[in-house]
Design a protein around this ligand. Structure first.
Ligand code: HEM
Length: 95
């Protein structure tokens, strides 16, 4: 049965770092291999600015060129709902 509470507590948050993601997956008996494979879905699609802002301005493990390219449409303040492709180019194809 669908559960709002489960959705908010059991699905990984977009703000989690890698160790937290690994722990969350393990709590569902999924391993690092599963995490990597399922993360591959993000080769297509878009994300909203407020969800990835911290990563492109404050994190040191984000590709600098990619971070700079995303900053163009995701300012420090405002533009929360601006969307950007999850990869460099928006190809809408799975590759
Ligand atoms: C660690 C688990 C996951 C996390 C933290 C996560 C997080 C996210 C976030 C933050 C977005 C952007 C949403 C938005 O801005 O509205 C997104 C988009 C997306 N996710 Fe995930 N996701 C996860 C797992 C998956 C899996 C398992 C799949 C499919 C097998 C998937 C497929 C997608 C797709 C296709 C989009 C693009 C949606 C669109 O363009 O409208 N995700 N995900």
């Amino acid at each position: 049965m669908a559960s709002k509470q489960d959705a908010n507590t059991q699905i990984p948050s977009p703000f989690m770092d890698l160790p937290a993601l690994i722990t969350k997956f393990q709590s569902h008996r999924l391993g690092v291999r599963d995490l990597v494979a399922l993360s591959g879905a993000h080769t297509i699609g878009f994300a909203a600015c407020f969800l990835f802002r911290n990563r492109i301005y404050n994190e040191t493990n984000c590709d600098p060129d990619f971070a700079t390219s995303r900053q163009a449409s995701c300012p420090h303040i405002g533009g929360d709902n601006n969307i950007a492709p999850l990869e460099y180019q928006n190809t809408n194809s799975f590759r």
